[in-house]
Design a protein around this ligand. Structure first.
Ligand code: ADP
Ligand code: MG
Length: 257
C-alpha cells in the first residue's frame, strides 16, 4: 500500500512542482522511498529529476529520485511508461498535478487514491480567489465527501509586508483547513530546481536555513497526518473527518444557496 500525496491547485505557477520536489527530498532524507508522478505535460518534475541525476554524478551524497511522466505532451493521455509503471508501488507517491489541466476522470482518480492533499497558493488576490474556488470544489466533491482526508495549504512566495488577506484566512478557518507553512520568495528555490536539489541540500546560506525551517514544519504536518490516519478505524469516519465533512457540507449548502 502506497501513501499518495497530491500536490495540486487549479492555478499554474503557484509552486506545485517546487513543493512536490522539495517534499520528495524531505521524505527521502527521512529514509523513505519516494516516487514523483508528474501530471503536467510540461514535465517540470521529470526535468528536475533529470537535473538530479546530473547532480548525483557530481556529488555522491545526492541520490537520484524517480519521476514518471504521466500525461503525454501531444495527446494529454497517459504515457506508455506510466501505464506500465502505475501498477508498481513505492511507499510514497507524490503527485504533481494542475487540477485545471487534467481531465475530470483523471482528477477523480487522483482524488480517489490520494491520502493527503497539499495545496500551494500565492497570496495575491487573483491567486486567493482561484484557490478558494479550487478548495470549495475539492471539499464538496463526492469522492472527497465520502472519505474526507487531510488537506493543508502552503503559502508560497510570500514577501514581507504583504500578508495573506484576512478574508482568506477566515475562509480557511471556516472550512477547517490549516495553513501548514509559509515559503518565502527566494532565489534559492530557482537554484534548487535548476540543480535537481531540495532546500535541505542547499547548504548553509541564510535563505536556505530559513526555508529549511519551513520545510521541517511541512514534514511534521505530513507525519502527523499519517499518524492520525493510522489511528482511524478502516473506512469509518473519525471525529475530525466528520468535522471536515460537515465543513464540506456547509460549503455545499452555501454554494447551492
Ligand atoms: N518560493 C519561491 N521563491 C522563488 N521562486 C519560486 C518559489 N516557488 C516557486 N518559484 C519559481 O516559480 C516558478 C513556478 O513554480 P513551479 O513550482 O514550477 O509552479 P507550478 O508547478 O505550480 O506551475 C518556477 O520558476 C519556480 O522556480
Ligand atoms: Mg509544475
Amino acid at each position: 500500500m502506497s501513501t499518495h500525496i497530491l500536490v495540486t491547485n487549479s492555478k499554474g505557477g503557484c509552486g506545485k512542482t517546487t513543493v512536490a520536489t522539495n517534499l520528495a527530498v524531505g521524505l527521502h532524507n527521512q529514509g523513505k522511498e519516494v516516487v514523483l508522478w508528474d501530471y503536467d505535460p510540461q514535465g517540470s518534475s521529470v526535468l528536475w529529476s533529470h537535473n538530479r541525476i546530473i547532480a548525483s554524478e557530481e556529488n555522491s551524497r545526492i541520490k537520484p529520485l524517480k519521476a514518471v511522466a504521466c500525461s503525454s505532451n501531444k495527446t494529454g493521455k497517459e504515457t506508455l511508461s506510466f501505464q506500465r509503471y502505475k501498477y508498481e508501488s513505492a511507499p510514497f507517491i507524490i503527485i504533481d498535478a494542475t487540477a485545471g489541466k487534467i481531465s475530470d476522470s483523471e482528477l477523480e482518480r487522483l482524488i480517489r487514491i490520494s491520502d493527503i492533499f497539499i495545496v500551494p497558493t500565492m497570496s495575491s488576490s487573483f491567486d486567493i480567489k482561484a484557490t478558494e474556488k479550487f478548495l470549495t470544489g475539492l471539499l464538496t466533491h463526492r469522492l472527497y465527501r465520502s472519505r474526507p482526508r487531510p488537506v493543508g495549504l502552503l503559502e508560497n512566495r510570500s514577501v514581507g509586508g504583504c500578508e495573506t488577506s484576512d478574508g482568506f484566512l477566515s475562509f480557511l478557518a471556516c472550512i477547517d483547513i490549516p495553513k501548514i507553512a509559509e515559503l518565502k520568495d527566494s532565489p534559492v528555490y530557482q537554484k534548487a530546481a535548476d540543480t535537481g536539489l531540495g532546500i535541505a541540500e542547499m547548504g548553509e546560506t541564510r535563505a536556505a536555513q530559513r526555508e529549511y525551517r519551513a520545510w521541517k514544519q511541512v514534514l511534521t504536518w505530513v507525519g502527523n497526518q499519517l499518524i492520525e490516519e493510522l489511528r482511524k478505524p478502516p473506512r469509518k469516519a473519525s471525529r475530525s473527518s466528520r468535522s471536515a465533512s460537515s465543513s464540506a457540507e456547509a460549503l455545499a449548502t452555501k454554494d447551492a444557496s
